[in-house]
Write a new protein. Structure first.
Ligand SMILES: Nc1ncnc2c1ncn2[C@@H]1O[C@H](COP(=O)(O)OP(=O)(O)O)[C@@H](O)[C@H]1O
Ligand SMILES: [Mg+2]
Lengths: 238, 206
C-alpha cells in the first residue's frame, strides 16, 4: 500500500491574462483519495495543473512531498502523473506501446527497459494485445485507458485526474472507474460525476478559485448536488 | 491520427532501423545518380518485389500510401511529354518510383520510436552546438501525430460551416483552424511537460 502523499498549496496566487484565478490560496492534502468539485470555470483545471507543476504560480509554492513541483521536474515526473479530459491532448505517439514507453524513457530508462515496462503495464491491464495497435483504431474509452496506463506505467505516487471521463458513455465510465478503484496510487480527482467521488476520503468544493466546502464526501457532495440543482432551476445562472 | 507503421507484420519489421535507413540512403543515391533506364527500372521492380514478399495485403497497403506519388508522376509525364523526351521522362519516373517506393517501405516497417531514437543518435553532435538532440526527433513524432489531427479538425469545421451555410467555407476557416492549432499546441506542451519535457530531467536524480 502506498503511503499518503503530502501536497501543499502555500499562499498561491495565479493570474492569467490579467485575471486573478487564485489569490493567496492555501490547501494541504494528506488523504489518499481526494475529490474536487466545482462549476465550470471555478478553477479545477488550474488547480490540477498547478499541482502537476505545469503552470508556475505568480506567488507562493506548490509542493508535493516537499518538492517544488514546478521547478523540480525530475521529482515531479517521479511523484505525479496527470490525466487530462481529452486523451487526444495527451497522447503523443501513434501506437499504444510507444505511448507507454515514452514516459519510462523520460524517467531515464533505456529503450529496451522502457519497452519491457510498457509491455508489463499492458499485461497487468489484460491488454497485452494492444501493444502494436495504432491509437487511431481505438475508441474514445480505449484511448482514456491508454492514457491511464501511460500514467500508471511511470508509477507516480499521486495521479491527478482532470474530469478524465467527461463525455463517455455510462458503461465505459463504470469500467474506467473500476480500474481507478483498483489503483493503489493517491488520487486527486476533479469530476462532475459525484457518484465516483462518494467513497473518497475527502472532497473539496471550489468556486471562483476559493474553497467553499471541504470535508467528508457525504456532506460536501450532498450540499453541492442540492446547490447545483437549484442553480439549474434558476433561469439565468449561466 | 495517422500511423505510418503498418500493423501487417513483415520480415522487414525485425530489421534494425539503422540498417534500413542506411540501405535506403545507398539505394536512393545509386538510383538518383544512375543514367541507365534498365538499372533504374530494375531497381523499381526490385522494390515492387520486396512489397510483394510482404504479402498481397501489405503490398496493397503500400500502394495506397504511395497514391500521392501519382500526382508527381503525372506532372513529370506531362512535362516530358510536351518536350517529347519520352526516354528521359521514363527514367525520371522510374527513379521516383524506386526511391519513394523504398522510402515508403522503410516507413511502413519501422516503429516511430525506433526512427526517433535513430534521428536522436544522428543528431547527437548537435549537442555541441547547444541544441537538444531530442528536438528533431520529437518534432518528427509530433508532426506525425498532429498533421492528421489538424486535417480532421479542418474537416469537422468544414462540416460545422456547411451545416449553417450554403456557401463553401474556403479561406474563412483558416483563422479558426489556426486558433485551434495554437490551443492544441498548448495542450501538447502540457502533456510533454507532465512527462518530463524535451530535456528529460531524470538524469539529474535517481
Ligand atoms: N489560458 C487561460 N487564460 C486566461 N484565463 C483562463 C485560462 N484558462 C482558464 N482561465 C480562467 O480560469 C478560471 C478557471 O478555469 P478552469 O480551471 O479551467 O475551470 P474548471 O476546470 O473548473 O472548469 C476560469 O475563469 C477561466 O476562464
Ligand atoms: Mg476544467
Amino acid at each position: 500500500m502506498v503511503n499518503p502523499v503530502h501536497t501543499s498549496f502555500e499562499d498561491v496566487t495565479l493570474t492569467l491574462d490579467g485575471r486573478r484565478i487564485f489569490d493567496g490560496f492555501d490547501l494541504e492534502l494528506r488523504e489518499r483519495r481526494v475529490g474536487l468539485v466545482g462549476r465550470n470555470g471555478s478553477g479545477k483545471s488550474m488547480l490540477a495543473r498547478l499541482a502537476a507543476g505545469l503552470v508556475a504560480p505568480d506567488h507562493g509554492k506548490v509542493r508535493i512531498e516537499g518538492a517544488d513541483i514546478f521547478r523540480d521536474r525530475a521529482e515531479a515526473i517521479r511523484l505525479v502523473g496527470i490525466l487530462f479530459q481529452n486523451p487526444d491532448h495527451q497522447i503523443i505517439f501513434p501506437t499504444v506501446e510507444e505511448e507507454l514507453a515514452f514516459g519510462l524513457t523520460q524517467q531515464g530508462l533505456g529503450r529496451r527497459a522502457a519497452r519491457a515496462g510498457a509491455t508489463e503495464t499492458l499485461a497487468a491491464f489484460g491488454k497485452a494485445d494492444w501493444a502494436e495497435r495504432p491509437i487511431a483504431t481505438l475508441s474514445q474509452g480505449q484511448r482514456h485507458l491508454v492514457c491511464l496506463m501511460a500514467v500508471l506505467a511511470m508509477a507516480p505516487r499521486l495521479v491527478i485526474l482532470d474530469e478524465p471521463f467527461a463525455g463517455l458513455d455510462a458503461p465505459t465510465i463504470a469500467q474506467l472507474t473500476r480500474r481507478l478503484g483498483a489503483v493503489e496510487q493517491n488520487l486527486l480527482h476533479a469530476s462532475h460525476d459525484l457518484a465516483a467521488l462518494a467513497d473518497y476520503d475527502r472532497v473539496i468544493w471550489i468556486e471562483a478559485g476559493r474553497i467553499l466546502r471541504d470535508g467528508d464526501p457525504g456532506a460536501v457532495l450532498a450540499e453541492y448536488a442540492e446547490r447545483m440543482a437549484r442553480a439549474g432551476a434558476d433561469e439565468c445562472s449561466l | 491520427m495517422l500511423s505510418l507503421t503498418s500493423p501487417i507484420r513483415t520480415p522487414y519489421h525485425a530489421l534494425r532501423a539503422s540498417t534500413k535507413l542506411l540501405a535506403l540512403c545507398v539505394f536512393t543515391l545509386a538510383v538518383t545518380l544512375s543514367g541507365d533506364p534498365r538499372a533504374v527500372w530494375g531497381a523499381a521492380a526490385l522494390v515492387a518485389g520486396l512489397y510483394l514478399a510482404g504479402g498481397l495485403r501489405f503490398a496493397a497497403a503500400g500502394l495506397r500510401m504511395l497514391r500521392p506519388l501519382v500526382f508527381f508522376v503525372a506532372i513529370v509525364a506531362l512535362w516530358h511529354g510536351i518536350l517529347g523526351e519520352w526516354a528521359e521522362g521514363a527514367l525520371v519516373i522510374g527513379k521516383l518510383a524506386a526511391a519513394f517506393g523504398l522510402a515508403n517501405l522503410v516507413t511502413m516497417t519501422t516503429r516511430l520510436d525506433d526512427m526517433i531514437a535513430l534521428v536522436e543518435r544522428v543528431a547527437a553532435p548537435l549537442a555541441r552546438l547547444g541544441i537538444e538532440p531530442r528536438l528533431p526527433a520529437l518534432s518528427l513524432a509530433l508532426v506525425m501525430r498532429f498533421v492528421p489531427v489538424q486535417l480532421q479538425r479542418a474537416a469537422a469545421l468544414g462540416e460545422a460551416w456547411r451545416a449553417r451555410s450554403r456557401r463553401r467555407p474556403g479561406w474563412r476557416l483558416v483563422t479558426p483552424l489556426a486558433l485551434l492549432a495554437i490551443d492544441d499546441a498548448e495542450h501538447v506542451s502540457d502533456a510533454l511537460r507532465a512527462r518530463g519535457g524535451v530535456r528529460p530531467p531524470a538524469s539529474s536524480k535517481g
